[in-house]
Structures are given as structure tokens and as C-alpha cells.
Design a protein around this ligand. Structure first.
Ligand SMILES: Cc1cc2nc3c(=O)[nH]c(=O)nc-3n(C[C@H](O)[C@H](O)[C@H](O)COP(=O)(O)OP(=O)(O)OC[C@H]3O[C@@H](n4cnc5c(N)ncnc54)[C@H](O)[C@@H]3O)c2cc1C
Length: 398
């Protein structure tokens, strides 16, 4: 039997998130998007209100003060936030996703130390930021080759009971506005990238850590992205999440949910674009009738709707399989939840802009922002080409 209905609790979560997007996010999103200084654009007030509602703690287990939600709950919540503004949704997405990594891979003591202060925070200041990407390339970090010269360059050298970290991470979301930071670093220069990295977490005030450039981005302007710089930063060995050399195991602990997060945000952006285009197609009259009555425009709307619904089904199917790993239906590659919806979001926003005509190109209308926000989606959370490379290897090996 196939069930497509949300539970009563999921409906309530959707309703709360939808109202939050309507009342708190949408009224300020366009103005924030236009603030020239990326630091001044960061919407702490909205983030704080979301923290008061506990959105950030959705995937933190109840025993550590969170809501203990499922991957499907996560998809339901994030779609609503992203339909309001993807930059603000992304701030919550990173906290949810990385807190799940800690919950899955952390010891009880680490979960107590790192997750409880986040779960119980109502000031909106206890975000998480995770740095993997380096100046040498976000894709380079995932280098699967045996040559030890390739891959992650940030170093974590063992020194007694401590590690000394040196290196730079770039483009990290929530940089400079988080209480907890995570990073991926290389422990052993003589071994292959995939076998020689580890994940560490540390507080914002750790000596040797500083924030570098804050990026001035094309879209996602309510989300803050920047450099994390490590200069002889000493961390006790208790700050390592997972085992030494098991960094990719630790990152892969959220392999099955991470795609759902970014894919869901893509669905939210595309839904907003589709809804604007549908309304406009009914209101805009040319030659005495609404443009939606013209076959060319009507067919674009149907293609957009089909694409959007396919992407939502894909995201929810993979969110569902996460809780049903023994399904007799078999498991889809989790990153399909990321690659299909993110490419869909580009297609749908481009069509929506076409329906708006010249007005779609003007800043007074919502389309150009949605298009800018959609453009980066196939690049972030792992470039789609790289994710497809790894997925294709698995398909060929199966
Ligand atoms: C808004 C935003 C938020 C971000 N947030 C974070 C964050 O919180 N934390 C973090 O660590 N990073 C973050 N990133 C970085 C993001 O993950 C990287 O941009 C992404 O992984 C791609 O890396 P790159 O930009 O260095 O491109 P590169 O890795 O240099 O790739 C350039 C191009 O080459 C292609 N390519 C590379 N290797 C291959 C291959 N083997 N096969 C086929 N094609 C290939 C890529 O697909 C891409 O098109 C963020 C980026 C942005 C823009």
C-alpha cells in the first residue's frame, strides 16, 4: 500500500512553518535581499523567532532537548521556509543537518556538550557552521584517488592529547554568526584522502580561529557565507567527532538526509516561482485575454507543475526510505533527492521568468530574486556533476 498523506503532526508542523514564512519571512525577504553589505543583511531577528519555535532543533533527539523529528518532518518544514526565502531556510538547514551528524556520530558526552546548548537556545545565536570546502575546490575535498597529494589540505597534526589545526575553509554557511563550528581536516599526509581525514567541532571563541572574507553573493543574500581560518588552533582530542581517519564516515552519516535538505529547499523556491507565474498568467491580459489562455503559456505552467511535483515526490520518497531501510521496494540513491530537484528549480524559475515577460527581469517583481536563488542549487552541497559521478559508480557496480 502506498500512502501519500502527511500525519496530523506533520500537517501541524507544515502549518506553523507556513504561517512563519507568511508572517515573519516574506514581509522582510525582498528588502533584505537588496542590502548591499552581506554582514548587515543577516536577519538575526527572524532567525531568533524561528529558534523560539524550535525549528533548528527538529533533528536533535529528545534526550538532548530537541524535537526528535524524522527526515520527512525535515522536508515538510524546510519546503515552507524556503518558499519564503531560501537564505533564511539555509541557516536553519545547516543547523538541522549538522546537529544530526553530531547526534548520529557523537558520544553521549559530545551530544550533551554540543547539542543541548543549541536545542535550548532561544536567542538565535547558537547556530552551527561546517567547513569542508577549501580554496582548492569543494569537489577536491571528496577526491577518491589513492595519491596522497590530492584532496583535503587543512591539516590536523596530533600533539599529545591535542590536535593542531592549520588551513582555510571557504564559502561556509553561517560563518561568523554561529556558536559551534565544525571542520574536516587531514591527519596523515602519507595516506589517501578518504582514509586520512577527521571531523572536529569547536566553539567560536577558540584561540587560533578567525573569520576571513564574508562573501558578497548573487543570491541567498539572507544567508551569510565566509572563510574560516585556522592558525595553530589547538583542540583536545575529545573534540573529534567519530574516529581518527574516519572523517568521510562521519560526513556520510548524513549522506541520506543531506540531499533531502537541499532538494527540499529547491522545491520551496520552485513552488514560489510557480505560484507567482500562475497568478500572473491569470491576471496579465494580452489581446483581450489572460496570457494563461494561450497554449504556449498554459503548457509551460503544466510542465512546471509536473516538474515540481516530481521533485517533491522524489524528496519525500527518499525521506521515507530513510525510516524504512528494509523496504522491499529497494532503496533509491539518496542524492537523487538533491540532483533532480535542484536542476528542476533552475528550469522552473526560468520558465516563470519567461511568463512574467520584461517585468520578470525587474527588481520590483519577485522573479529575478527567485532565479538568482535557484541558480546556485546544483552547485552547493556537492556539485551535481560530482554527486552524479559517485552515483553512477554505484549504479555500475550494483
Ligand atoms: C551559497 C553557498 C553555500 C555554501 N555553503 C557551504 C558550507 O556551509 N560548507 C562548505 O563546506 N561549503 C559550502 N559551500 C561550498 C560548496 O559546497 C562548493 O561550492 C561546491 O562543493 C563546489 O565546489 P567549488 O565551488 O569549489 O567548485 P569546484 O569543486 O572547483 O568545481 C568546479 C566545477 O567543476 C566540476 N567538477 C569538479 N570535479 C568534477 C568531477 N570529478 N567530475 C565532474 N565535474 C567536476 C563541478 O561540478 C563544478 O561544475 C557553499 C557554496 C555556496 C555557493
Amino acid at each position: 500500500m502506498i500512502g501519500f498523506e502527511l500525519t496530523e503532526e506533520q500537517r501541524q508542523l507544515q502549518e506553523v512553518a507556513r504561517r512563519f514564512a507568511e508572517n515573519e519571512i516574506k514581509p522582510v525577504a525582498a528588502a533584505i535581499d537588496r542590502i548591499a553589505d552581506p554582514k548587515a543583511a543577516y536577519p538575526l531577528d527572524v532567525i531568533r523567532k524561528g529558534f523560539e519555535l524550535g525549528f533548528h532543533a527538529l533533528l536533535i533527539p529528545e534526550e538532548f532537548g530537541g524535537l526528535g523529528g524524522s527526515t520527512l518532518d525535515y522536508a515538510v518544514l524546510l519546503e515552507e521556509l524556503a518558499a519564503g526565502d531560501i537564505g533564511m531556510a539555509n541557516a536553519f538547514h545547516v543547523v538541522m543537518s549538522i546537529s544530526e551528524m553530531i547526534a548520529r556520530m557523537g558520544t553521549k558526552e559530545q551530544c550533551q556538550r554540543w547539542l543541548v546548548p543549541i536545542a535550548t537556545d532561544t536567542t538565535g545565536t547558537q547556530l552551527i557552521c561546517f567547513g569542508a570546502t577549501e580554496p582548492s575546490g569543494g569537489s577536491e575535498i571528496f577526491c577518491p584517488h589513492a595519491d596522497p597529494r590530492l584532496g583535503t589540505r587543512t591539516r590536523a597534526r596530533r600533539d599529545g592529547d591535542h590536535y593542531v589545526i592549520n588551513g582555510t575553509k571557504v564559502f561556509s554557511s553561517n560563518a561568523g554568526v554561529s556558536g559551534l563550528y565544525g571542520l574536516l581536516a587531514r591527519n596523515d599526509d602519507s595516506r589517501a584522502n578518504l582514509e586520512s581525514c577527521s571531523v572536529f567541532f569547536f566553539g567560536a571563541d577558540t584561540p587560533g580561529f578567525s573569520i576571513g572574507t564574508i562573501e558578497d553573493k548573487m543570491g541567498h543574500r539572507a544567508s551569510i557565507n565566509g572563510e574560516l581560518i585556522f592558525e595553530d588552533m589547538r583542540l583536545p582530542k575529545e573534540n573529534m567527532l567519530g574516529r581518527e581517519g574516519g572523517g568521510f564516515e562521519t560526513i556520510n552519516a548524513i549522506y541520506d538526509t543531506n540531499g533531502v535538505g537541499t532538494g527540499t529547499m529547491a522545491v520551496g523556491v520552485a513552488r514560489a516561482a510557480y505560484e507567482h507565474a500562475l497568478r500572473y498568467a491569470k491576471e496579465r491580459e494580452i489581446w483581450g485575454q489572460p496570457i494563461g489562455k494561450y497554449q504556449a503559456v498554459g503548457q509551460m505552467l503544466v510542465d512546471m507543475k509536473a516538474d515540481l511535483e516530481m521533485a517533491r515526490l522524489m524528496v519525500r520518497r527518499i525521506a521515507w526510505q530513510n525510516a524504512n531501510k528494509n523496504s522491499r521496494e529497494g532503496l533509491l540513491p539518496p542524492n537523487l533527492a538533491k540532483v533532480y530537484p535542484t536542476e528542476m528549480a533552475r528550469r522552473v524559475t526560468i520558465k516563470a521568468m519567461q511568463i512574467f515577460g520584461g517585468s520578470g527581469y525587474m527588481k520590483d517583481y519577485p522573479l529575478e530574486k527567485l532565479l538568482r536563488d535557484a541558480m546556485v542549487l546544483p552547485i552547493i552541497s556537492g556539485a551535481n556533476e560530482v554527486l552524479k559521478h559517485f552515483m553512477s559508480q554505484r549504479l555500475l557496480e550494483a
